[in-house]
Design a protein around this ligand. Structure first.
Ligand code: PMT
Length: 400
């Protein structure tokens, strides 16, 4: 996939910068044309001459030097790129891009490009685990940037832990995925639901649940990465979507139902990851309910079972449900596959550490309509989402 592709290799100031020479060499062997952009700090670890010699192209350092490609260098580079690989990517570059800082050639070029940007992280383990760095990474993922996580090992600074630049072949394979133009879901429409619903009790209070939307937003992102036209219907969350995803925000189960039914007929794949309230208050007060002496009882009435309705409407769509259970997870989930006419269900035991609401990881078992199961180990919600979408793609081809 690298043949004839223009790769911009951004190099920032980490000890792993010396490994960029090897990356350039490997990229060229795979047929890419490589243009290196170095920060000032990167030059402390490797010289521009080394990279110029290996890449056989100019090396770009400063914003305001003689023009090589176009009159405005960073725009020329940004437009020329088929893909950006930032390796090593330090905590500093992650923080600057997440905050929209564009104060040197590399940051301005990254901010100006429409090409995919892949950050190959490398830093001290304590920097990597710093909540500020982790939040910057998660924010950038939600905005459509891609990452290769650092590997475990002995670090140059003497520490041991997750901080070493990933193996170059891992970086190049991940980058190659981003270059794939003909993607398995090109021309396909995927609908994902995410987050909680909020069922109003009065103008001040509502009934909801612990869903943060992370699982559903990750599924939407993975579907987008695999080429789909993605619509995401989400309850209230603080998750941000990637560019290119059509986001429909709702509050109640009734509103989610209307939005989903509206989209369903045109969809190829539907994944219902949202935690939809089964009940809502039978009466919603127009004014704040004032406390009275003694107890207060609230009468609840059933919400529509959206997934069940979709199962009845299903024609060629691949319909995927979720099951959030606290006991007999596989039994309840298997019952739902049949009762709701699903192609498969994602069963997760939300009492398991590392699974369920709010965390960065999930532990799920996929249960298919033919009874087959696929147990996934604990993995990030991004990786879980990728598995979910890949299984749906297999079923889509099977249906045709
Ligand atoms: O959002 P996160 O913080 O990342 O947490 C992820 C998650 C725990 C929310 C997610 O992994 C998950 O389990 N989502 C499903 C939660 C849920 O509502 O499960 P359920 O067993 O109550 O519902 C079963 C299925 O029916 C779900 O696909 C649900 O979307 C759907 N449903 C439920 C009720 C309803 N009235 N209509 C529905 O369509």
């Amino acid at each position: 996939m690298y043949e004839g592709k223009n790769i911009i290799l951004g190099i920032t100031g980490g000890i792993a910068a010396y490994k960029s020479a090897d990356l350039v060499s490997r990229l060229k062997k795979r047929g890419a044309d490589v243009f290196c952009v170095m920060t000032d700090a990167a030059q402390e670890f490797i010289t521009p001459l080394t990279l110029r010699t290996i890449s056989n192209n100019p090396v770009f350092i400063k914003m305001f030097t003689e023009k090589c490609l176009t009159n405005v260098e960073h725009i020329g580079l940004a437009d020329r790129a088929d893909l950006f690989i930032i390796a090593p990517a330090t905590a500093n570059i992650i923080g600057k891009i997440n905050c929209g800082i564009a104060d040197d050639l590399l940051t301005t070029t990254i901010m100006a490009t429409k090409a995919p940007v892949l950050f190959a992280l490398a830093m001290n383990v304590n920097m990597y685990l710093n909540p500020i760095v982790q939040e910057n990474i998660e924010n950038l993922k939600r905005k459509g940037y891609y990452f290769v996580e650092p590997e475990e090992g002995i670090l140059a600074c003497g520490y041991e832990g997750k901080g070493r630049l990933a193996n170059p072949e891992v970086i190049l394979d991940r980058a190659e995925e981003l270059l794939i133009k003909v993607k398995p879901l090109n021309g396909r429409k995927v609908l994902v639901t995410a987050g909680p619903t909020c069922e109003p009790l009065d103008p001040v209070r509502y009934i909801t649940n612990h869903s943060t939307g992370k699982m559903g937003f990750a599924i939407a992102r993975q579907a987008l990465l695999l080429g789909a036209d993605v619509t995401l219907v989400s309850g209230p969350t603080n998750q941000g979507t990637s560019k290119g995803i059509k986001l429909i925000r709702i509050q109640t189960a009734l509103q989610m139902r209307d939005a989903v039914i509206e989209e369903f007929a045109e969809c190829d794949i539907v994944v219902k990851a949202a935690a939809v309230a089964d009940y809502r208050p039978k009466y919603t007060a127009n004014d704040k309910i004032k406390k009275q002496p003694g107890d207060l009882s609230i009468e609840l009435e059933r919400n529509p079972d959206i997934l069940f309705e979709l199962g009845k409407k299903k024609v060629n769509q691949v319909l995927v449900g979720f099951a959030a259970e606290t006991k007999d997870v596989l039994k309840y989930a298997a019952e739902k596959v049949k009762a709701k006419n699903l192609d498969y269900i994602v069963a997760n035991d939300i009492t398991q550490p590392g699974a369920g609401f709010g965390g960065e990881t999930n532990i799920v078992t996929l249960i298919f309509a033919d009874g087959k199961t696929k147990a996934l180990p604990q993995m990030s919600k991004e990786e879980t989402a990728r598995e979910i979408i890949i299984e749906a793609i297999k079923l889509l081809h099977f249906k045709e």
